[in-house]
Design a protein around this ligand. Structure first.
Ligand code: MG
Length: 171
C-alpha cells in the first residue's frame, strides 16, 4: 500500500506572512487544490497530511481551532484526505513528531498496516519536508518552484513542480 504524504501550509493552502493559520477564516485554499486531490486519489491508496503546528505550543491557537481548520480543509477537497497528522510541539522541544523528524510517518504506518514508506511520496514546499521524506525513505517532491536551484538543499529533492496540481497532472 502506498500513500501520498502532503505538507499543508504552502502546498494545500496559502502561506501567511510570518503568521500561522489560526482559524478557519485564515485558511485560504490554493487554486487547483481540490482538483489535485481528486487526481492524486486515482494514483495513491492513501492521501495523508503531515503538518507542524507549533502555533499550538506557543498558545496562539488551540487544538479545537486546528480541528475546525481541518474540517474546512476537508470540506474544500470533498473529504479526499484520509488522515491529517499534526505536531503541536515547539521547535525547541525537539519532538520526534515534528518534521524533519519522521514521527508522523511512523504514526501513519502504525495506523495503516501494509503501508510501505518506500513506496510513498512526500510533497512539501520547504527543505524540512524534503528531509522528512528522505529520512522516511520516500520520493520527495518540492512544490512552489520550477527548479532545484530554488532550494538550499537540492540533493534532498527528487522532483520540482510549480504547484500540487502540476505534480498531480504529471502522474
Ligand atoms: Mg509548508
Amino acid at each position: 500500500m502506498n500513500a501520498l504524504f502532503l505538507d499543508r501550509d504552502g502546498v494545500l493552502n496559502r502561506l501567511r506572512n510570518n503568521d500561522y493559520v489560526k482559524s478557519p477564516d485564515e485558511l485560504e485554499i490554493l487554486p487547483g487544490t481540490a482538483e489535485a486531490i481528486t487526481i492524486c486519489r486515482r494514483h495513491f491508496d492513501l492521501i495523508i497530511v503531515v503538518t507542524n503546528q507549533q502555533g499550538i505550543g506557543k498558545g496562539l491557537m488551540t487544538e479545537a481551532d486546528l480541528k475546525a481548520i481541518h474540517a474546512k480543509l476537508q470540506e474544500s477537497v470533498s473529504y479526499g484526505i484520509d488522515r491529517i497528522y499534526s505536531c503541536p510541539h515547539l521547535a525547541s522541544d525537539h519532538s520526534f513528531l515534528r518534521k524533519p523528524n519522521i514521527g508522523m510517518a511512523l504514526w501513519a504506518r502504525r495506523d495503516f498496516p501494509g503501508l510501505r514508506l518506500k513506496s510513498c511520496t512526500m510533497v512539501g514546499d520547504n527543505s524540512t519536508d524534503m528531509l522528512f521524506g528522505r529520512r522516511a525513505g520516500m520520493r520527495t517532491v518540492l512544490v512552489g518552484t520550477n527548479s532545484t536551484s530554488a532550494t538550499d538543499r537540492p540533493w534532498l529533492v527528487d522532483l520540482c513542480f510549480p504547484s500540487l496540481l502540476h505534480f498531480a497532472r504529471s502522474l
